[in-house]
Write a protein that binds this ligand. Structure first.
Ligand SMILES: [Zn+2]
Ligand SMILES: [Zn+2]
Length: 244
């Protein structure tokens, strides 16, 4: 299995990075985690075949994680996608997705799709299977708007990928990332403690409990991007591939 960072940026385009979108592929799986506003051009830049994607997991409804879906669905319609697609995310996703599609491309949510589109609401702690992908959502803490907020622990092909999503420190990150083959964690600031986001120093204080087999930092602010040479951790970059 492999994970490619299609985009690893924040909502502000820090460092010129694309919004959050990870592409996971294996012998039996092909899915995205998050689909931020810039994800369609980012996928095309990497020549990723959108038709092969079976599942898109959405962590929350902020534009840098969610707003790429109307573009992706429009592209699927125009390129005559035939393969069914599942989009799964926090409760309310059916309504939020329809509203977003209408805001960006009027009537698009009412147009009959050429392909089967299933939109599934996920609840914290309720493990769900989508083909060969097992997903356990964990609740995380990321403010008042754009929620509910979910982090995902994904099991597929004998490997575990955990993604913190956007969150301030919360104890749920420990079972989320525990001994994961790959733990992708937000590290928005270096040591500044802010609401709704995670700093590297806070994360570092808990790494001994989480014990991820591999850690990659993502969703970096300019503060973190200015320290890349001295961080001592693997940092995501757009296009980077992790073999699992
Ligand atoms: Zn974000
Ligand atoms: Zn967010």
């Amino acid at each position: 299995m492999r994970l490619q960072f299609v985009g690893c940026g924040d909502a502000l385009g820090s460092g010129g990075r694309y919004n959050t979108c990870f592409h996971v592929t294996g012998a039996r799986v092909n899915f995205l985690i998050d689909c931020g506003a810039s994800s369609l051009p980012a996928l095309k830049r990497l020549a990723i075949t959108r038709d092969d994607i079976d599942l898109i997991l959405i962590t929350h409804f902020h534009g840098d994680h969610f707003a790429g879906l109307p573009f992706l669905l429009l592209d699927a319609q125009f390129t005559r996608r035939a393969r069914p697609l599942v989009i799964a995310g926090p409760e309310g996703i059916e309504t939020r997705l329809a509203q977003l599609r209408e805001a960006l491309f009027e009537n698009s949510s009412k147009t009959e799709q050429r392909f089967e589109l299933r939109v599934v609401a996920l609840k914290p702690g309720e493990r769900r299977s989508f083909g060969a992908v097992d997903v356990t959502p964990f609740p995380v803490v990321h403010g008042e708007s754009g929620g509910p907020f979910l982090a995902y622990r994904v099991e597929a092909e004998g490997r575990v990928i955990a993604y913190s999503a956007d969150t301030e420190w919360t104890q749920t990150l420990i079972p989320l990332g525990r001994e994961a083959d790959l733990f992708i964690a937000e590290a928005y600031y270096y040591d500044k403690a802010v609401k709704n986001h995670l700093s590297l120093k806070t994360l570092e204080a808990h790494l001994a409990e989480i014990k991820p087999k591999r850690l990659v930092l993502t969703h970096l602010s300019d503060d973190m991007l200015g320290r890349l040479d001295t961080l001592g951790y693997t940092v995501a970059s757009d296009g980077m591939v992790v073999e699992l």
